[in-house]
Design a protein around this ligand. Structure first.
Ligand code: NAD
Ligand code: MG
Length: 393
């Protein structure tokens, strides 16, 4: 069997490293074509030395030249590049069959789309790309003949619980139930959320993840983005997508059928499981994850999300019911707000304020092209940045 070549976009992040961990367990099946990241040169040097990719792209120009210098001194042969077209090129090159989209934020949209348009097996962790891209993203997947497989644990769980034939999903499924851990502030008095620090917000009880998604989990904006993601991936209307808090993160999500039978996917909280599933689908292969030990599992509990504590979650259904383009506005506002919170410019509770005010002030016209989407994203960022400064836009 010839090896399948893989490109990882966002290789120095949490999902990127977990993907490399899974690939390293199957050297007979996979080889690395390319790695891409923003600016973490030290980690990239380690990855290049261990996995010998043919090409490396750093979006930060200075990081790319520093990396090139270090690799040259070490006698390496990988081609080091920078820039948007190089990033898109390694995602669409004929020499790669599988692309892991694990860049954080809308920055991952263009290379993910490049992979979709060129018919790759596209493993999508970068939920923001689909939230922004919406139906244009799904149309690109279809037109390019790509195989889009979800890596987000909830969507992988749903995908594993759905019938094989996607044309039956809308008719046979009553609803999708996404589980959420509730994050670090599930039981905290909502009136004290204003004093939360970035350190507290990124300390997730069950999952170890990048900083942005960790803050999104604390506000439950992550689940809002996942509701939007589920809508586009599985084609169900917003009212047939539900969220339930399940603090133990054992059930990763569920599908309820019309006969009221519920099919769920369970496992330890370890992203290597959905990653290995995406890489090996429709088969399965070892992921390195621990097995669930049911004899020590004392409880699985469920709660309804509290709108006073997690107002951001409920923006998902509003945004999906609004004209298309609104989800891109919500995502852009949230990226700006989370970065400002991590930078200690705004309080934790002001993230929601920035998001709702941006949505109230900027109603985009329906995007017809990817260029329209990028313009909406840019405009919404400007609007959110203005709100941060206390300015109107
Ligand atoms: P992270 O912050 O740990 O890593 C982000 C990666 O993206 C890094 O390699 C960084 O260098 C790269 N990057 C950032 N901006 C870039 C740019 N402009 N160009 C190129 N590369 C860039 O984030 P993460 O936790 O690995 O999450 C990545 C994506 O996967 C996010 O969309 C997140 O929502 C999603 N996701 C993550 C998890 C998880 O467990 N970490 C679970 C589900 C979904
Ligand atoms: Mg998730």
């Amino acid at each position: 069997m010839s090896k399948q070549a893989v490109t990882i976009l966002g290789s120095t992040g949490s999902i990127g490293k977990s993907t490399l961990d899974v690939l390293a367990r199957h050297p007979e099946r996979f080889e690395l074509f390319a790695l891409a990241a923003h600016s973490n040169v030290d980690e990239m040097v380690r990855q290049v030395e261990q996995f010998s990719p043919r090409r490396v792209v750093m979006s930060d120009v200075a990081a790319a030249s520093r990396l090139a210098k270090i690799l040259k001194e070490k006698g390496g042969s990988a081609l080091v590049e920078s820039g948007q077209s190089a990033m898109e090129n390694i995602a669409s090159d004929a020499q790669t069959e599988i692309v892991m989209a694990a860049i954080v934020g809308a920055a991952g949209l263009a290379p993910s789309l490049a992979a979709a348009k060129s018919g790759k097996r596209l493993l999508l962790a970068n939920k923001e790309a689909l939230v922004v891209g919406g139906s244009l993203f799904m149309a690109a997947v279809k037109a390019g003949g790509a195989t889009l497989l979800p890596i987000d644990s909830e969507h992988s769980a749903v995908f594993q619980s759905l019938p094989e034939d996607p044309t039956t999903w809308l008719q046979r499924v009553e609803k999708i139930i996404l589980t959420a851990s509730g994050g670090p502030f599930r039981t905290r008095d909502p009136s004290t959320l204003a004093s939360v620090t970035p350190e507290q917000a990124v300390a997730h009880p069950n999952w170890s993840m990048g900083r942005k998604i960790s803050v999104d989990s604390a506000t439950m904006m992550n689940k809002a983005l996942e509701v939007i993601e589920a809508h586009y991936l599985f084609g169900l209307p917003p009212e047939r997508i539900e969220v339930v808090i399940h603090p133990q993160s054992i059930i990763h999500s569920m599908v309820q059928y019309h006969d009221r039978s519920v099919v769920a996917q369970l496992g330890t909280p370890d992203m290597r499981v959905p990653i290995a599933y995406g890489l090996s689908w429709p088969k399965r292969m070892a992921s390195g994850a621990q097995a669930l030990d049911f004899s020590t599992l004392t409880a699985m509990s469920f709660e309804k999300p509290d709108p006073a504590r997690f107002p951001g979650l409920f923006l998902a259904w509003d945004a999906l019911r609004a004209p298309e383009g609104t989800c891109a506005v919500l995502n852009a506002a949230n990226e700006i707000a989370v970065a400002a919170f991590l930078d200690r410019q705004i309080r934790f509770d002001q993230i929601h304020q920035v998001n709702t005010e941006t949505l109230a002030r900027y109603a985009p016209s329906k995007p017809q092209t990817v260029a329209d989407l990028l313009a909406i994203d840019a405009q919404a960022r400007q609007c959110a940045a203005g709100i941060l400064k206390g300015l109107s836009c």
